[in-house]
Design a protein around this ligand. Structure first.
Ligand SMILES: Cc1cc2nc3c(=O)[nH]c(=O)nc-3n(C[C@H](O)[C@H](O)[C@H](O)COP(=O)(O)OP(=O)(O)OC[C@H]3O[C@@H](n4cnc5c(N)ncnc54)[C@H](O)[C@@H]3O)c2cc1C
Length: 381
């Protein structure tokens, strides 16, 4: 973190762990049940500093380094995977704004991002542009003093209550594929962007997910992020760091599953002994522990590279690919160790199994992470 010492960081992590386990865990179970959202906790989340993690100190933030940030997201995810993705997406947008927003925009708005009233969302995906971001159809037409933006964005996390939306739109319809796209920060409250909540998600049901409708929305020039036409670079660069957040979310889910698995194995008796005495159960625990440790190390490496100015898309992709697939393996084993008890809603691993599933899909599927990794290794990939 900016000027924080190692002791400050340890204290912050302790406070977050306590808050997450005491306040978020139970609430997260309720959000899963009734599909309400983490928004109800947002004032407390902001109060603890969780919305200002990557914000520069100059703008009232904690200026958290990536390794500390990854540990924080993991701690939150251990108790509430929904809150972890909520904070991770807001933080990713904060980071992009720090790098690419104009000074004029920053002076007016950036200092408010630690408050839930400036809650942010990352709105890239569309119904027909998921993995294939280059096929974005939302149009930004240049007008005097800004752009008029029209289109729909799909699957937008934080979208129900966010004030700010980082959007990607086509500002040059004639450019070759992958060009002509621009990134902008849009005030969703002032422009009255329409939001439709998506219901019926398999997991992370406490995280808000919406469809956005932008109809001739005016976005001033000063809200452009980077240069016109460089939107792909801005957004894909953001995802390189965002993926460390999702990898950390997955590691938190994996750790929770492992703890649940060990605790159940100790207390459940069959054949007159705790099932923890059976080698088959020990293997599942051991494999889970190795998966988790390897995930943490890959996350730590990717985060360290960011912190030392050597951000590496391949390292982030490896961390995300491994940690998210590992979380799913650990969650699968956790249900298996619980037997029938793990198959019903009362059991937390049933929810963690569903929550883990999304991590291999958003912010680039596992297949896309493999493409990114292969591109660094194979000349013609
Ligand atoms: C709960 C949730 C929250 C989300 N939050 C956000 C958000 O906040 N902001 C946002 O912009 N988006 C968000 N997304 C969207 C998410 O990033 C996309 O769902 C994801 O990128 C995949 O796109 P898609 O769903 O269109 O699948 P598709 O791209 O249609 O992929 C379908 C399948 O084809 C595979 N595939 C596609 N292309 C290739 C290829 N070239 N090579 C090999 N396999 C390929 C994929 O890996 C996948 O298995 C969210 C999605 C969900 C479900």
């Amino acid at each position: 973190m900016g000027s924080a010492t190692k002791d400050d960081q340890a204290l912050l992590l302790d406070a977050i762990r306590e808050f997450a386990r005491n306040e978020l865990l139970e609430a997260d179970r309720r959000w899963d049940e009734d599909e309400t959202s983490v928004w109800e906790m947002m004032p407390a989340i902001a109060e603890l500093g969780l919305l200002s993690l990557p914000l520069p100190e100059k703008f009232g933030g904690l200026e958290c380094d990536m390794r500390t940030y990854a540990s924080i997201i993991r701690e939150i995810a251990y108790a509430s995977p929904s809150t972890a993705v909520t904070v991770s997406v807001h933080s990713m947008v904060c980071k992009v704004l720090g790098m690419h927003a104009t000074n004029a925009w920053k002076e007016k708005h950036y200092g408010h991002f630690g408050s839930h009233e400036s809650f942010a969302a990352f709105a890239i995906s569309e119904a027909d542009a998921g993995s294939d971001v280059a096929s974005t159809k939302t149009i930004g037409t240049k007008v005097d003093g800004g752009y008029r933006v029209t289109g729909s964005k799909m699957w937008i996390t934080n979208g129900l209550h966010a004030r700010w939306f980082l959007i990607l739109c086509r500002t040059n319809p004639d450019g070759p594929r992958g060009t002509g796209l621009s990134a902008m920060i849009v005030d969703g409250v002032e422009t009255g962007i329409e939001r439709d909540k998506i219901h019926g998600k398999m997991g992370i049901r406490g995280s808000e997910t919406v469809v956005l409708h932008l109809s001739d929305v005016f976005v001033p020039d000063e809200n452009l992020l980077g240069q016109e036409g460089e939107g792909m670079k801005v957004c894909l660069g953001a995802l390189d760091e965002g993926r460390i957040g999702i990898a950390s979310q997955a590691a938190g889910i994996g750790e929770a599953c492992l703890d649940e698995m060990i605790s159940y194995a100790d207390q459940r008796t069959q054949f007159d002994q705790p099932i923890a005495c059976f080698q088959a159960i020990q293997e599942m625990v051991a494999d889970g522990a190795v998966d988790l440790e390897a995930a943490r190390l890959l996350i730590d490496r990717a985060a360290h590279l960011v912190d030392t100015g050597r951000k590496d898309p391949q390292a982030s992709a490896m961390a995300k690919l491994f940690a998210t697939e590992a979380a799913n393996r650990i969650a699968y084993r956790a249900v298996q160790v619980h037997g029938g008890s793990g198959y019903v809603k009362e059991c937390r691993v049933e929810q963690l199994f569903r929550d883990a599933r999304i991590t291999t899909i958003y912010e680039g599927t596992s297949e896309i992470q493999r493409l990114i990794i292969a591109r660094h290794l194979i000349k013609d990939a």
